[in-house]
Design a protein around this ligand. Structure first.
Ligand SMILES: Cc1cc2nc3c(=O)[nH]c(=O)nc-3n(C[C@H](O)[C@H](O)[C@H](O)COP(=O)(O)OP(=O)(O)OC[C@H]3O[C@@H](n4cnc5c(N)ncnc54)[C@H](O)[C@@H]3O)c2cc1C
Length: 437
């Protein structure tokens, strides 16, 4: 079986690339070994939020020209990064989630530790705060949990928020809603993770005709006259944003959700929406299989072998490697070197082992290893023993030359490089056959 394009890795980068290829009519297969980092992510998209000196970026696209020349955004340029995010927003909307941005500016989002992080795109259930004045318009904030659920601690969120001088003078209420009040059978609430809590709420509460009203009145009682109600993101995976908006209508209060400890339902919601969109476009999704090796010939990748079908190599004209960083095992390291686990491609210069990390782990996340990854050409083709592989493109966390955590750029780099890889493939195909749209 020969494909026009095979995408390896089903995270944000791989899914964006696969959707773009499938939408252009290419015969596309996406192979993904397991869950991606989206299962852990907030469900907002960071584009570029923090400078090297730790100051916040207000206008991310204006900042791109100041980045080092080997940064993925510098290879793309601000206009292409913007176009890719536009494409992503459109695809998410087609999959039923209206992500929103704030003109050319970043906004701030809260975390479950009460920290404030810059982001570019957020889901409707996320409270987008002003980047310059995050507490603007807030006088009373109520942070409410379901009693016994351990992966969200309202007091911790409030304590974290109070550390920001902007929130001085804001009054915080922390409260729990008991399982009896909302009539859920949560004898083991302390053992539940967010996904199980969502399933329980669906089974015992939201499937009942008065479920929403019961939950809304429990919130009203706990929140009083708060001008923001913060809930853990445990209400639902797919329709979580709709539930938040229905709760706002029922309570008459502004309500938002915060991603809890993993699994993160807003991140899973995004992954599920993108997979659904890709399938709708006719793409083939091979989940739970892993690419083990590739056959290279004349500086081209000709075919790949997977764990489940080692005797049946898959061929394609073009490939995208979007296997993520160390977190998803796209990259691996030993005490002296770094490797791309899939094809053993050339990686960026890693320097001395002692410089790989900073002694203080949370010290601005300025660790050498964060910049590690595959080295690529201006068009994101990787090298093998110094030779560019011209029909293979790299995208997302597997790339070197940027620091996703310290810069708050992970989602934007994944989307823009995944989109760009697909565009290269589409352009190449149009040139040679005129078949792609
Ligand atoms: C804890 C955490 C929180 C985050 N929060 C945010 C956030 O708030 N905002 C934001 O913008 N970004 C966030 N990110 C980053 C973001 O979710 C992604 O990590 C990033 O966008 C990179 O995506 P990716 O597609 O390159 O890789 P990943 O998401 O890592 O996906 C790689 C995929 O490739 C698969 N794979 C690996 N090797 C193979 C192989 N050989 N064959 C087949 N499949 C393979 C993996 O199983 C995985 O599914 C967060 C990341 C983490 C880890």
């Amino acid at each position: 079986m020969k494909y026009n394009s095979i995408i390896i890795g089903g995270g944000l980068a791989g899914l964006t690339s696969a959707i773009r290829c499938a939408e252009a009519g290419l015969k596309t297969a996406l192979i993904s070994a397991g869950d991606s980092a989206l299962t852990f992510a907030s469900g907002s998209i960071d584009v570029l939020g923090i400078r090297q000196n730790n100051s916040l970026v207000q206008y991310p696209f204006e900042e791109i020209s100041h980045l080092p020349s080997d940064h993925p955004y510098r290879k793309l340029g601000a206009a292409q990064v913007k176009q890719s995010l536009h494409f992503f927003t459109e695809q998410m909307a087609k999959a039923g989630i209206q992500m929103s941005s704030h003109g050319q500016q970043n906004h701030s989002r809260l975390t479950a530790l009460g920290a404030i992080r810059p982001a570019w795109l957020s889901q409707p259930g996320t409270k987008a705060l002003s980047i310059a004045a995050p507490a603007a318009g807030l006088r009373r904030v109520a942070i409410i949990n379901i009693a016994g659920f351990r992966d969200f601690q309202p007091a911790l969120v409030a304590a974290g928020m109070k550390k920001h001088p902007e929130f001085t003078g804001v009054e915080f209420t922390v409260a729990d809603i008991s399982a009896e009040t909302i009539k859920i059978d949560a004898r083991n609430a302390y053992e539940l993770r967010s996904l199980e809590m969502a399933r329980l709420l669906k089974r015992d509460l939201f499937s009942q005709p008065k479920g929403l009203t019961i939950f809304a009145s429990a919130i009203q009682k706990a929140a009083g006259n708060a001008d923001l109600v913060v809930l853990p993101s445990v209400l639902a995976v797919e329709n979580g944003n709709e539930l938040i908006s229905q709760l706002e209508a029922h309570t008459g209060l502004p309500v938002c959700e915060l991603a809890t400890l993993p699994p993160s339902l807003p991140g899973m919601r995004m992954a599920s929406a993108l997979r659904q969109r890709y399938r709708e476009l006719g793409g083939l999704l091979l989940e739970g299989d892993e690419v083990l090796s590739g056959y290279f010939d004349n500086n081209q990748l000709r075919s790949i072998k997977t764990r489940l079908n080692p005797s049946m190599p898959l061929e394609a004209d073009h490939f995208v490697l979007a296997t993520g960083s160390f977190f998803s095992r796209g990259l691996d390291s030993n005490p002296s070197s770094l490797t791309d686990k899939t094809f053993n491609l050339d990686v960026v210069e890693t320097g001395q082992r002692e410089q790989w990390s900073n002694e203080r782990f949370l010290n601005g996340s300025q660790h050498g290893f964060s910049y590690f990854g595959i080295e690529t050409s201006e068009r994101f083709n990787p090298y093998q023993n110094g030779n560019a592989i011209t029909n293979l493109y790299c995208a997302g966390g597997v790339l070197g030359g940027f620091n996703p955590v310290a810069e708050a750029s992970a989602g934007g780099v994944a989307i823009s490089t995944g989109w760009f890889a697909a565009n290269q493939i589409i352009a190449h195909r149009s040139d040679s056959s005129g078949t792609a749209k």
